[in-house]
Design a protein around this ligand. Structure first.
Ligand SMILES: [Zn+2]
Ligand SMILES: [Zn+2]
Length: 76
């Protein structure tokens, strides 16, 4: 169903949204407060139909992000 072909416009849109989320979360991991290796996590996993909306995105460092996906950390 999903396509691997993303248009350039969609890519820049995603980059813009990413910056918006990082800004909103003050460039800190929302789990441990780290300010490096930041990634964007989908609260409701994209694989479960989670949307690319601000409400569904949260800043997490690589370590916490990994743990969230292992079910070892919970959102707030
Ligand atoms: Zn963290
Ligand atoms: Zn994630």
């Amino acid at each position: 169903m999903s396509s691997d072909q993303e248009s350039v416009q969609e890519r820049s849109e995603a980059a813009r949204l990413r910056l918006k989320i990082l800004d909103r979360d003050n460039w800190r991991c929302q789990f441990c407060g780290a300010r490096s290796n930041l990634q964007i996590h989908h609260v409701l996993f994209r694989s479960h139909g989670g949307p690319d909306s601000e409400d569904n995105l949260i800043t997490a460092c690589a370590t916490c992000h990994h743990q969230v996906h292992l079910g070892k950390r919970r959102i707030r």
